[in-house]
Design a protein around this ligand. Structure first.
Ligand SMILES: [Fe+2]
Ligand SMILES: [Fe+2]
Length: 285
């Protein structure tokens, strides 16, 4: 019997066949079935791909916790499920429920294994264009700079806010609902956040194209890791896997990314990151 671990991954992007192979070959090291997997979004884009990833991973881990990235929410012409915006999100939540996977719409589970107990809080928050580029005072000015340089996230064409008017309105309504949920949690337990977007802006400072930060989060969560007593913040989206610390809180970017990205790295791709128990190395940092 091996020790159960709390593991995390994101940005599996299984439309790319090498990434699909990585997911198919993925197994927890132990065979006692006790490991949990936190999935921080962008597992795929088309509904059948997302369904395949979730089904595959649900069969390999004792518990899977998922929050969407932007790619799951894209509405593409070739997708057999043509839903847009919130309706698409809710359809994915239903898909997860059928597979026993926990989502931001479920009661927050508690990890009672080594390093616990901690509350696991999958949060779906989107972004509101407040990670603005230098010189931009408004969303419009920020986007104008992005269009000038040709650094525009495909969300602008494929991610629809329906029934909200804009992505930022959807983001703000998610923030309010999520704050209420977090306020009602057991205050005695620390929280492990699972979010596609970093809760603070700092991780976006190392983006190759800083203009892209506009699609990476909101300034309104900049204190959440302190306010809600975070033990760790698990995120993805940036495709820059690393561990950083802000205000003494561990932030884990756990993305696999695209084959052209992971082939440049000298680590084995797709190995889930161990969040708890904290590794010796992490504890010493
Ligand atoms: Fe991604
Ligand atoms: Fe993303």
């Amino acid at each position: 019997m091996t020790t159960p671990r709390l593991l995390a991954l994101s940005d599996l992007h299984v439309a790319h066949p090498p990434n699909r192979e990585i997911v198919a070959a993925l197994r927890p090291d132990g065979d006692d079935g006790g490991d949990w997997l936190l999935l921080a979004g962008d597992v795929g884009e088309l509904y059948p791909d997302i369904e395949w990833v979730l089904q595959t991973l649900a069969s390999k881990f004792a518990t899977v916790v998922w929050t969407p990235g932007n790619h799951e929410l894209w509405t593409r012409r070739k997708d057999p499920v043509p839903l847009r915006g919130e309706a698409r999100y809710l359809a994915l939540v239903e898909l997860c429920r059928g597979l026993g996977i926990l989502t931001p719409e479920d009661p927050y589970p508690v990890w009672d294994g080594p390093g616990g107990p901690v509350t696991i809080a999958p949060v779906f928050l989107l972004y509101d264009y407040t990670f603005r580029p230098d010189g931009a005072l408004t969303k419009e000015q920020g986007l104008e700079l992005a269009y000038e340089k040709g650094i525009v996230c495909r969300d602008e064409a494929l991610l629809h806010p329906d029934p909200h008017n804009t992505i930022e309105e959807w983001c703000w309504s998610r923030l309010e609902a999520t704050e209420r949920r977090l306020a009602a949690r057991d205050p005695a337990l620390p929280v492990v956040f699972v979010t596609h977007y970093p809760l603070v802006r700092e991780p976006t400072r190392v983006l190759r194209y800083p203009l892209f930060a506009q699609w990476c989060g909101t300034t309104r969560t900049s204190e959440w890791h302190l306010r809600f007593n975070a033990a760790a913040v698990v995120y993805g989206h940036l495709h820059i896997p690393r561990v950083t610390w802000y205000d003494g809180v561990r932030f884990e970017e756990v993305s696999l990314g695209y084959p052209r990205e992971w082939r440049r790295r000298d680590v084995r791709p797709g190995v889930p990151r161990q969040i708890l128990p904290a590794s010796e190395v992490t504890r010493r940092l």
